[in-house]
Design a protein around this ligand. Structure first.
Ligand code: XMP
Length: 510
């Protein structure tokens, strides 16, 4: 395995994930892990991450100096490289050489192992305030950029390498190849590790941590909570209780699907709370989007709490927090990520429910969670299901919500999704759904005049849901959706297509 020593970089997890993409086990550890402990963990290589500090800062984090004598390959990235040079007694220059973003990197020694199969010139991504000025004794330069004479270095006799740029980000064109060269060629990793090993490790860790106590897990019908539940079930079986609050705002077939999975396949102790009437009552006559969200958030917590309290020996609460949630909520407190998060939390649970939290997916990225879910035996339809907001259909049923309108919306949405599948486009778009508008217009059906609601179709493509563009669905697909909806769903006589991007629109309509 490879250990990544985390010096506080935003991208430390990303480094670990890139290594795992090479089918090599990788663990993130504290930057000052003792050399004794490192020996126990027995890694085949170490990567020192970047970090926000300057190596000259008083609080500059430092690794155990003996790691350089372990005899295993070491790669320092950005701050990690500066640490290596600093530890070897050389100067790191601060100030006027700050460099952020794209740079052209030219290799000096194209035969170096680290640069195997990488062109002599390639684009790399820099993000640093300091850089290494003079190379410490015994080090040679492997690559440079126009402002950085030592963009990549290595020790002449020891297997110690440094990079001033970030190979883990996708903007560094050959970054993955570079990391592959390090872990596979230089460290000699076989590349036989699979997601299954990650599951084994998680399972062991959960068993040890949980002991014989009970864990409750809230299911939402989405990927993350399902994977958490499946993972816990594999780890502790009957000590797991799942709670699924049916708020009546779910997509068609969703309750049955969860019930099927978690009573038949995983055979967990599943508590389905039928809170449909409760939610409908509380939402009666409410039209303001923020008000809807608030009510749904509150009622969900109340329902969940009551059910959780009925499970007597419950000790832990499992949550499907992913790594991107962790960084987003830590960084940029005032940035857009934060705003998005605060409404993401609608349909989430507050910390003060009184349980000890466990978050087994905290170190993982979405695609790793999906891979894990498939490996754990969750059905692919669930794994690839489009995301669905906590407040559910309530924020897609504009204006006042009623049982009838929810049924209309749910059926129309099912047609949109079915036609998307029929056209083979479901996985081309990241999210698609129907929105029921409180707008009536005149139509004619048979010989009769109608005056009925409008349905909007939304389909977007996006990388991260922070920005998105409307997806150009083919006319034939739109036509099928429209015809089926108007012909088969009572109360809708007009279908429109949403052609707005985010920003300035949002993905959801409320
Ligand atoms: P917007 O509408 O803000 O949505 O562009 C971005 C993504 O977030 C989802 N979303 C939510 N998810 N609780 C959630 O769990 C919420 O309250 C919530 N609101 C929006 C939305 O479906 C889209 O994927």
């Amino acid at each position: 395995k490879i250990l990544v020593l985390d010096f506080g970089s935003q991208t430390a997890q990303l480094i670990a994930r890139r290594v795992r993409e090479q089918d090599v086990l990788c663990m993130l550890v504290r930057h000052d892990l003792s050399v004794e402990r490192i020996k126990e963990l027995n890694p085949i290589g170490l990567i020192l991450s970047g970090g926000p500090e300057s190596v000259y800062g008083e609080t500059a984090p430092k690794p155990d100096p003996e790691i350089f004598d372990l005899g295993i390959p070491i790669l320092g990235i950005c701050y990690g490289m500066q640490t290596i040079c600093h530890a070897s007694g050389e100067s790191v220059k601060a100030g006027d050489v700050r460099e952020f973003g794209r740079a052209d990197c030219q290799s000096i020694d194209p035969n170096a192992d680290l640069f195997k199969e990488i062109p002599e010139e390639s684009v790399v991504w820099m993000s640093h305030g300091d850089q290494v000025e003079n190379l410490p004794e015994g080090f040679v330069s492997l690559a440079k950029t126009s402002t950085c004479p030592h963009a990549a270095v290595r020790h002449e006799s020891k297997s110690i390498y440094g990079l001033q740029f970030h190979p883990e980000v996708t903007h560094t064109k050959f970054g993955s190849q570079l990391l592959k060269n390090f872990v596979r060629t230089i460290c000699g990793a076989k590349g036989t590790w699979q997601i299954a090993s990650l599951i084994e490790r998680e399972v062991e860790a959960i068993r040890e941590y949980v002991g014989n106590r009970r864990v409750i897990c809230g299911l939402s019908g989405g990927v993350d909570s399902s994977v958490v539940a499946a993972l816990l079930y594999k780890s502790i079986g009957p000590q797991l209780s799942c709670i699924f609050v049916d708020n009546g705002l779910l997509r068609k077939g969703e309750v049955e699907q969860v019930r099927n999975e978690f009573t038949n396949h995983f055979k967990t102790d599943l508590h389905v709370v039928d809170a449909r009437d409760r939610f409908l009552d509380e939402l009666a006559g409410v039209t303001d989007p923020q008000q809807k969200r608030k009510i749904i958030g509150r009622v969900f917590i109340e329902c969940f709490r009551t059910e959780a309290e009925s499970i007597e020996d419950a000790h832990f609460l499992a949550q499907g927090t992913l790594y991107p949630d962790v960084i987003e909520s830590g960084a940029n407190a005032d940035g857009p990520a934060h705003t998005i998060k605060s409404h993401h939390n609608v349909g989430g649970l507050p910390a003060e429910l009184g349980f000890e939290l466990i978050e087994p997916l905290r170190d993982l990225f979405k695609d790793e969670v999906r891979a894990m879910g498939l490996e754990l035996g969750l059905p692919p339809e669930l794994i690839w299901r489009h995301p669905f907001p906590g407040p559910g259909l309530a924020v897609r049923c504009l204006g006042a919500i009623s049982e009838d309108r929810l049924v209309t919306l749910r059926d129309a949405d099912a047609i949109v999704i079915e036609e998307l599948h029929n056209a083979g486009l479901y996985r081309e778009v990241q999210q698609a759904f129907a929105v029921l508008l409180p707008v009536q217009s005149v139509g004619v059906m048979g010989d009769a005049r109608t005056y009925e609601d409008t349905l909007a179709i939304r389909a977007v493509e996006t990388d991260d849901f922070m920005t998105a563009d409307w997806y150009p669905l083919p006319y034939e697909v739109l036509q099928k959706m429209s015809t089926r909806i108007i012909n088969s769903i009572r109360g809708i006589n007009r279908v429109v297509y949403d052609i707005s991007s985010k920003p300035p629109s949002t993905i959801e309509w409320e």
